[in-house]
Design a protein around this ligand. Structure first.
Ligand code: ADP
Ligand code: MG
Length: 661
């Protein structure tokens, strides 16, 4: 193994001047063999989950939420409720006794009690204040401004509410609605989330479901649900690439999905969390103000006038989805206003917003590495795609590719969730079911860290490998400890087992190449193979990770991973600082020992003292102090490192190998 660094003949020096770092860099070079995860073809299993009670599908939307179910007799999926109350506005009003009102009734408070009425809570799920700070001013209620990374809180009437709790009120209302309408208790659900939701947002959604008394069987992506509603992805041997265009009230998402044998893979997502039908309404209000020679700023300041105009604008917009022109006289305070809007004018008003969404579509295609002809079908989602102009422009963008918009665009996600729920309930034996690992699988590395080899939510069967090396010279045995969980330190995860890879021929630290391969089969059985590639020494074991862990335990582990993310990071940084200190000390001792001739007695004594101080720091838990001592030791040994480098270069230039250092 040769160290490849640039040598500057004029300076006769390598650009690296730091003793420990030379070695660390070399080590890094040696250990950096991480093999990218390789996806292998998924084998489809059919549903074997026992028949259970009814499972509902929920679309927990930013603007509106819906609940749907599959009729046990007709096998048809439909949204629950009378036509006028299928859609539940995602609005929560908190009364003076902290009583909770949801939906339409709550939405009526938006204009009169904005500070007690929460809308768009989905944007806050799993997010901290700093995540959303840029848009904080646009919320009518009080977001608590703190500097922590914890989920943002909302202060309503002197009580703190968090987004999980608020979302759970919506879910609870949907659950109760379902129970009333089907006349049976409901405890299981599939809930949809945007494809771009990260782990903490998904976990927060799951927790909200739990708080609402629901056993969340699965969280699925909204575009996946919409596709299922159209029957896309339900057939074996089906292979397609589709675009899901979702324009809701306040958000826009475009997702490119690849579907193969019932497996949905998100190729790319793009969008804007602050673009949607609300922008159409605003454009109309601005136009009317201009027409009536009303100053927009003044109109905005007059909440009653502005909100009336806004509601009227939404009515006009919806009316124009199936009519050519709108006109109405309204009364605000004591004056009458004549409001009218032609379809053509409306379309020119919303053109910039629609063009913005098409630009996102172009970016999504680019990210997926695809061109328009590669898209087999387009699925339209979200209430705003009821506007014919939107469909027209999207169709134009996708060169007339088949557009699926026959199902109500505001119901399509909930309907898809109900279909997935029905599959999970085991009601469709003909249907495909993909299993995933509920928790990440990995091994322990230096410092007690968890190194994940198979991440959670990976579809099985799956296999992945990584390469490692030793951290101590002449190590002939290596303990491989296997863990399951999401926490950074193995101590906080669950140990599945350990085994020893022995008979490794003695080599300097960093030289052995140990390949560790995880093979997870469709039943959740994990087989591990460890091979020392230089000598060919190998060992393998089989572990059954799923057994012994109940669903509740899995949930608890995930919950605590979320709650402990911050402390884990601190612990990880401390463990890393200690590990680095260990390395620095090890190489300082080794090299000052083997090259003591390059140092004076005094220099040697100072380095030894400095090592002692670093060791002392490592006994404590103060990361800052450890890092400071590492820096001091590095600074002190820098001249020595330079000498050593020069020496090594000299030898290298006279034909000796550099790694003899
Ligand atoms: P979200 O997914 O964000 O919760 P929805 O998919 O329910 O939102 O979409 C809500 C948006 O759809 C609102 O802006 C609403 O005004 C708009 N919308 C609903 N019906 C129509 C219609 N007939 N024509 C145009 N826009 C509509
Ligand atoms: Mg939606």
């Amino acid at each position: 193994m040769h160290l490849s660094v640039r040598y500057d003949p004029k300076e006769k020096k390598f650009p690296i001047t730091n003793l420990a770092h030379i070695e660390l860099k070399m080590r890094h070079f040696l250990t950096n063999f991480a093999v990218a995860l390789t996806k292998i073809k998924i084998n489809i299993k059919d549903g074997t989950i026992k028949k259970s009670d009814r499972v509902i599908g929920i679309d927990l939307g930013t603007t509106n939420s819906l609940v749907a179910i599959v009729d046990p007799v007709t096998r048809e999926a439909y949204c629950l409720g009378e036509p006028e109350d299928k859609i539940v506005p995602s609005v929560i009003h908190i009364g003076d006794d902290h009583s909770v009102t949801i939906g339409k009734k709550a939405a009526a408070y938006l204009t009169v009690e904005p500070e007690h009425t929460v809308y768009s809570v989905k944007r806050l799920l799993g997010r901290s204040y700093t995540d959303i700070a840029g848009h904080a001013a646009s919320y009518g209620y009080a977001l608590v401004e703190d500097q922590t990374k914890a989920m943002v809180n909302i202060d309503i009437r002197g009580r703190m509410y968090n987004p999980i709790e608020l979302s759970s009120y919506i879910l609870k209302a949907l659950r109760e609605k379902a129970q009333t309408l089907i006349g049976e208790p409901v405890s299981k659900a599939v809930i949809t989330v945007p494809a771009y939701f990260n782990d903490s947002q998904r976990q927060a959604t799951r927790d909200a479901g739990k708080l609402a008394g629901l056993d969340v069987m699965r969280i699925i992506n909204e575009p996946t649900a919409a596709s299922l509603a159209y029957g896309i992805g339900l057939l074996k041997h089906e292979s397609k690439t589709i675009a899901v265009y979702d324009l809701g009230g306040g958000t826009f998402d475009i997702t490119i999905l690849s579907i193969q044998d019932g497996v949905f893979e998100v190729l790319s997502t793009n969008g804007d969390t602050y673009t949607g039908g609300d922008d159409f309404d605003r454009a109309i209000v601005e136009y009317w103000c201009l027409q009536m020679q009303l100053d927009l700023k003044e109109a905005e300041a007059d909440q009653q006038l502005y909100q009336t105009l806004r509601l009227e604008a939404e009515k006009a917009k919806k009316y124009l989805s199936s009519n050519e022109s709108y006109s109405r006289q309204i009364k605000v305070k004591d004056s009458y206003l004549e409001l009218s809007l032609e379809k053509d004018t409306f379309e020119s008003l919303i053109k910039p917003v629609v063009e913005k969404t098409l630009a996102c579509c172009a970016l999504a295609l680019q990210d997926a590495g695809l061109e328009v002809p590669a898209i087999d079908e387009v699925v339209m989602v979200g209430g705003s795609t009821r506007t014919p102009y939107v469909v027209e422009k999207v169709s134009g963008f996708f060169h007339g590719t088949h557009i699926n918009n026959s199902i109500n665009p505001d119901e399509v996600v909930a309907i898809g969730a109900a279909i997935e729920a029905d599959i999970l309930a085991g009601n469709r034996k003909d249907m495909l079911l993909i299993d995933v690992t509920p928790l990440s699988l990995g091994i322990e590395t230096v410092g007690g860290m968890m190194d994940t080899i198979i991440p959670r939510n990976t579809k099985v069967p799956f296999q992945a490998g990584r390469q490692y090396t030793t951290s101590v010279d002449g190590q002939s045995k290596l303990k491989i400890a296997v863990y399951q969980g999401e926490r950074e330190l193995v101590d906080d995860n669950r140990k599945l087992g350990e085994f020893i890879l022995g008979n490794i021929p003695a080599m300097p630290a960093g030289l052995p190449k140990i390949d560790i391969h995880f093979i997870l089969n469709a039943d959740g059985i994990l087989k591990i193979e460890a091979t020392e590639l230089r000598s060919g020494v190998r060992q393998d074991i089989e572990i059954k990770p799923q057994y012994g862990l109940t669903d509740a335990q899995v949930e608890d582990m995930l919950l605590s991973a979320m709650q402990n993310a911050e402390t884990d990071m601190q612990k990880r940084m401390l463990a890393e600082a200690k590990a680095e200190a260990g390395q620095v000390i090890y190489y300082c001792r080794k090299l000052t020992g083997s090259h003591s001739d390059l140092l004076t007695e005094h220099e040697l004594a100072s380095i030894r003292d400095m090592i002692e101080l670093l060791e002392l720091a490592c006994n404590g838990d103060d990361r800052e102090t450890i890092n400071k001592q590492i820096d001091r030791l590095n600074d002190m040994t820098r001249p020595f490192a330079e000498k050593l480098m020069d020496d090594a270069i000299g030898k290298a230039l006279t034909g000796k190998k550099l790694d003899a250092l």
